[in-house]
Design a protein around this ligand. Structure first.
Ligand code: SF4
Length: 263
């Protein structure tokens, strides 16, 4: 498994000694800090840079915090080195990746958050754009919006997963925001960056979702007017709290709601 790359010498030694060697464990601490990826020859347009891994949010439908562990961030210098390298090679776009990029910096020795990181990255000279994903609405700060509004490198695009448009379902999902708070972030983004293109993820058929809740979710999408929406029928993952919720929505109904929302 990719997370066990540091044990490769040991695994190879075991094979050379005539044994089977396998390690497919997902690490809860690995950040790939010192690994600068080989870039695919021919693609000189878009490069992906991982800035943090793991998640502390425990949304009730999601397995990530259990398999990927808690949030840990790469230090600023290693990220800067990778972005400078991409710029030098002629890349035009850098996408910063993390399960929740908005909480970048927690646990690092240096006092730095995601808006500080973006400010620093924007000092890398050159003709390139920056994008990032994914962002949790509850961690989207005014400072981040301000940095975006004043940067010539960061694209006016924001992927902000809403997941549902009904407050009770959001609470049951353990998302830690409600419709009003989400709308407030959208309003702030649009005020500061009028050209912003908003995209989102949304789940249909979460346990307990009634027809009325579903309608409310559809109406919320219309109200906001996203540039693009990724609709996901709720997928039951064992090991997550929602797996055991009693009021599961029938698969057929989930698919029908998904089709309708997409339409
Ligand atoms: Fe974390 Fe995103 Fe999963 Fe929620 S959905 S637990 S924020 S990775």
């Amino acid at each position: 498994g990719p997370d066990s790359y540091l044990t490769l010498p040991d695994l190879i030694a075991q094979v050379e000694a005539g044994h089977k060697a396998i390690n497919i464990e997902l690490s809860t601490t690995e950040t790939y800090r010192d690994v600068v990826p080989e870039r695919v020859a021919g693609n000189r347009l878009s490069g992906f840079v991982s800035i943090m891994r793991g998640c502390n949010n425990f949304c009730h439908y999601c397995i990530v915090p259990y398999t990927r562990g808690r949030e840990r961030s790469r230090d600023v210098e290693s990220i800067l080195t990778e972005v400078r390298d991409l710029e030098k090679r002629g890349y035009k776009e850098v996408t910063l990746l993390g399960q929740n990029v908005n909480s970048y910096g927690k646990g690092l020795e240096e006092q730095v958050d995601f808006s500080d990181l973006l400010n620093l990255l924007c000092t890398v000279p050159g003709d390139y754009h920056i994008r990032f994903m994914t962002s949790h609405p509850k961690d989207l700060s005014d400072e981040l919006i301000d940095v975006m509004a004043h940067s010539k490198h960061i694209l006016p695009q924001f992927h902000l997963p809403v997941q549902h448009g009904n407050d009770e379902i959001l609470r049951r999902m353990n998302r830690h925001y409600n419709r009003a708070q989400y709308l407030d972030r959208v309003r702030k983004l649009r005020e500061a960056i009028p050209a912003i293109g908003l995209t989102t993820d949304i789940i249909v058929g979460f346990p307990g979702e009634t027809e009325a809740d579903f309608r409310e979710s559809c109406d919320f999408l219309k109200q906001i007017g996203f540039l693009k929406v990724h609709v996901f029928p709720y997928s039951r993952r064992s090991g997550t709290p929602a797996y055991d919720f009693p009021d599961q929505v029938h698969e057929r109904e989930k698919q029908a709601r998904s089709r309708e929302m997409n339409a």
